[in-house]
Design a protein around this ligand. Structure first.
Ligand SMILES: [Mg+2]
Length: 381
């Protein structure tokens, strides 16, 4: 069995898919993307494809080693995301070849259903309350919200109150028994994180995400120690080596993205590393169906999995959504806040190839917003 062709597709709203074809007729799909840098990842995929074409797709780990360690310069969002999507596609091929879902190849399922959460993106208080009510109505038992919009370099009382009021409102809308995750998006610094996290502890967040930027793990111990709120980080970390310092700093939840952090292969290892520090896995996934399918394969095979992010209805999915590119949307049916174990071979999702080829002809050019402070200086988005 040999890989004969690797193609990429720029898929709205902001994704990139790859398709790996073999001479046996087995096809694997993956989602190699960094939001806002899809074209750069696409170029990196085609460089890696030069090595893969002509080789046996079933040697997933050896190919992973060549595509990462075999490069003198390695890591970072673009290269690790290109590797991630190809790794997903190779696992998809392996599962389809052996006739089992990927989690069976990872040792079999360790749970019967996996918990998922939904985003609520509303920025106005009324929108936020309505958004949460809609998620509760849909059966979700956990939601995530942004803690704030743009934040000043050091938050004054009004900005601090804005965050606390928002979280209080969300907790009130959710009731006492559902879970609330709060994403700070790296928008505040360590000093504000130490000031704000103790003030939101009374609302019992499931976790506080990215209270400081991920390239500042040396600041995390003080933030972790400032309150009892579990700290989560990881969507902008790309390997087990990137995760070691944040685990040592005491984060409670790691959030590798299956499309950024070296795919299924590396996320499995990051989860195992996290067990050493009693940390839980909550894969980041505001992305498309292949990233979610890959995430769920890991979720079902990983003992310290906590909860899965998913993007259906997320505020980024304008003009296209996760279910638009699959022919079997029931695999992403959420019941009482859980998703059932995928049973089909490979990643467990069937891609609508004709639709993917059609939209790629149009493509997208999604970029994240650039925010500025009131004095004109660039702010964290
Ligand atoms: Mg986040």
């Amino acid at each position: 069995m040999k890989i004969t062709r690797i193609e990429t597709f720029l898929v709205p709203p902001r994704w990139l898919f790859c398709r790996v074809e073999t001479n046996d007729g087995v096809v694997g799909w993956g989602e190699p993307v960094v939001e806002g840098r899809a074209e750069a990842v696409r170029a990196a995929v085609h460089v890696l494809a030069e090595y893969l074409v002509g080789r046996d797709p079933l040697r997933v780990e050896d190919h992973w080693q060549v595509m990462s360690t075999g490069g003198f310069y390695r890591g970072g969002p673009v290269l690790s995301s290109a590797l991630a999507g190809l790794d997903q596609a190779l696992w998809d091929i392996a599962g389809k070849t052996y006739g089992v879902p990927v989690h069976a190849l990872l040792g079999g399922h360790v749970r019967d259903r996996a918990r998922v959460y939904a985003w609520t993106g509303g920025d106005e208080p009324a929108e936020l309350a309505d958004g949460i009510a809609a998620r509760v109505e849909a059966g979700f038992t956990a939601v995530k919200i942004n803690a704030s919009g743009r934040m000043p370099a050091l938050a004054g009382p009004a900005a601090v109150k804005g965050v606390v009021d928002r979280i209080a409102l969300a907790r009130d809308a959710l009731g006492p028994d559902r879970d609330l995750a709060v994403d700070f998006h790296g928008r505040i610094g360590a000093a504000d994180a130490r000031r704000i996290l103790p003030l939101i502890a009374e609302f019992h967040p499931l976790f506080a995400e990215e209270p400081v930027l991920p390239d500042r793990p040396h600041l995390l111990p003080g933030v972790v120690a400032a309150s009892g709120v579990p700290v989560a980080v990881g969507e902008r970390l790309y390997s087990r080596w990137d995760f070691r310092p944040v685990l040592e700093a005491g984060v409670a939840v790691v959030q590798p993205d299956l499309s950024h952090a070296g795919g299924i292969s590396e996320t499995r290892r990051i989860a195992a590393l996290a067990e050493v520090w009693d940390a839980r896995l909550a894969p980041h996934c505001p992305l498309g169906p292949l990233a979610l399918a890959a995430s769920l394969q890991v979720a079902f095979a990983t003992p310290n999995f906590l909860i899965q992010e998913q993007s259906i209805g997320i505020h980024y999915n304008e003009g296209a959504d996760l279910l638009d590119y699959v022919t079997d949307p029931e695999v992403f049916r959420f019941t009482d806040g859980y998703v059932a174990r995928p049973l089909r071979p490979g990643l467990g999702v069937e891609i609508d190839e004709a639709e993917v080829r059609r939209v790629d002809a149009v493509g997208h050019a999604w970029r994240n917003p650039v925010w500025r402070h009131e004095d004109g200086a660039v702010a964290e988005w």
